[in-house]
Design a protein around this ligand. Structure first.
Ligand code: GDP
Ligand code: MG
Length: 166
């Protein structure tokens, strides 16, 4: 099985940390180059039975100028063509404006969306249920997966679940 995965989410939620963990140092450094209008491959994860191609989808924030407008259109089209969208959020932060903007942008998109709640190492386990509920009422996620990209908690399970959608 082989397929394309787009990781989206506000800055600092842990997207690069996740890619670092699953693919390796070199690639995530590449992805931290300035944004371009082109969607680019951030890394490829090859396992025994699957190949996951992670695609950078720049411009997923409120456009401030015409180029931003164009980038958002390119990104929206990309999100229709990938196999899975990983929407990553920070467990430490409440659902904010930046998340709202992304959720509005995803509305009507036929691609399955994973809600990946990152940084669960930084919260009390009792808080997780409330976080899940607040997102659940905003979007019909295909899967909701709490992880710690930094410590590796549940990352393997996320990869196994992703592979089912390829
Ligand atoms: P990006 O902007 O979405 O690519 O976010 P980064 O991967 O650059 O991470 C932003 C910050 O969050 C860094 O200081 C990371 O070390 C930290 N971070 C990422 N994942 C985790 C996590 O699972 N737990 C904790 N506690 N911190 C994390
Ligand atoms: Mg990053």
């Amino acid at each position: 099985k082989s397929g394309f995965i787009s990781i989206i989410g506000r800055p600092n939620v842990g997207k690069s940390t996740f890619l670092n963990r699953v693919i390796g140092q070199k690639i995530a450094i590449m992805s931290d180059k300035p944004q371009t209008t082109r969607n680019k491959v951030q890394g490829v994860l090859t396992t025994d039975d699957s190949q996951m191609i992670f695609i950078d989808t720049p411009g997923i924030h409120k456009p401030k100028h015409k180029l931003g407008d164009f980038m958002l259109k390119v990104s929206k089209n990309t999100l229709r063509e990938v196999d899975v969208i990983m929407f990553m959020v920070n467990a430490e932060q409440k659902l904010g404006k930046g998340d709202e903007f992304i959720l509005e942008m995803l509305a009507g998109n036929p691609t399955p969306v994973f809600l990946v709640i990152n940084k669960i190492d930084a919260i009390h386990p009792d808080e997780l249920m409330g976080i899940i509920e607040s997102y659940k009422e905003r979007y019909d996620f295909a899967e909701i997966v709490p992880i710690s990209a930094l410590q590796g908690n549940n990352v393997e399970n996320l990869l196994v679940t992703l592979a089912k959608y390829l």
